[in-house]
Ligand binder design. Structure first.
Ligand SMILES: [Zn+2]
Length: 278
């Protein structure tokens, strides 16, 4: 196994040196599960995609047609060892590299909430909303932001539950926390983190009053459990604009902001993105 890996590394070194001649820039400051990465191309490319290979699985991030940058994520499922990173331009592989993922420790938390059994009309609603969210989060549209850093969604950021935490709900159901929870009082203003277009502003069963903003290039941010939404679907917003107020709607144990960051539906650790230049 060890010898096999070293051979893979040698191949990777060879391909990286090939890629450098192509004038490509790769930004990947962190290699934790949930880290954000970006390729900068030296010219607009008709069809580009980034593929992450890990344990026989392929995760594909397609670029926006004619864009000069392609964002991707080290998926949460990539937990240890080595993954491959490839960039394709018009069907041809232009870059290949092997990277080692930096393991992260995730906290296990137990929460107790009142739940109704999911059946009948309620189950149908949850399935419908899940489909709607998936469809929205996978959309890749032209770039809508010019900022190179995230605007914090709250004036004061105090984390209560980090990204990736494993949850035991009512003593049994385990789920993974796909965002960052920030403590805040009910009514605290919530800001858009990047400029974009509001693509969802409505009440959902699990996330309560929810806003999703499309920033283009496959990037979306999600703001959940709001007491009040102050934007409407289809509206353009700029980074730092108030989009709603902190609350505890949906399945929630008290007022807080749940903040999610996605690239083509793949979950990103918002706190890693906060430290990065976009
Ligand atoms: Zn949360």
């Amino acid at each position: 196994m060890k010898a096999f890996l070293s051979v893979l590394f040698l191949i990777a070194v060879f391909f990286s040196s090939v890629a450098s001649g192509e004038n490509l820039k790769l930004y990947l400051p962190f290699t934790y599960p949930g880290s954000l990465g970006k390729f900068e191309l030296n010219r607009p490319v008709e069809e580009s995609k980034v593929v992450i290979g890990y344990g026989g699985k392929r995760y594909t991030f397609k670029g926006e047609k004619g864009a000069k940058e392609v964002f991707f994520v080290i998926p949460y499922g990539v937990q240890k060892g080595v993954f491959s990173l490839s960039l394709y331009e018009n069907g041809r592989r232009k870059f290949f590299k092997l990277e080692r993922v930096r393991p992260k420790h995730y906290r296990v938390s137990k929460i107790w909430v009142k739940t109704r059994p999911l059946k009948g009309e309620l189950l149908q609603r949850v399935i419908r909303e899940g489909r709607l969210l998936r469809r929205i989060l996978h959309q890749v549209t032209p770039k809508k932001f010019h900022e190179d850093k995230l605007y914090p969604p709250l004036k004061k950021l105090s984390i209560s539950t980090p990204f990736g935490a494993k949850r035991i709900i009512n003593g049994k159901k385990r789920s993974i926390h796909w965002g960052t929870d920030f403590r805040a009082k009910r009514g605290t203003p919530v800001f858009a983190s990047l400029s974009g277009k509001v693509v969802l502003a409505r009440r959902l069963y699990f996330t309560g009053n929810t806003v999703v903003i499309d920033h283009g290039l496959g990037i979306h941010t999600l703001y959940a459990h709001l007491s009040k939404i102050t934007v409407r679907e289809g509206q353009r917003v700029r980074a730092g604009q108030v989009i709603g107020k902190v609350g505890s709607t949906g399945r929630s144990t008290g007022p807080h902001l749940h903040f999610g960051f996605y690239v083509e539906g793949e979950r990103v650790d918002p706190m890693i993105v906060m430290k990065e230049k976009l």
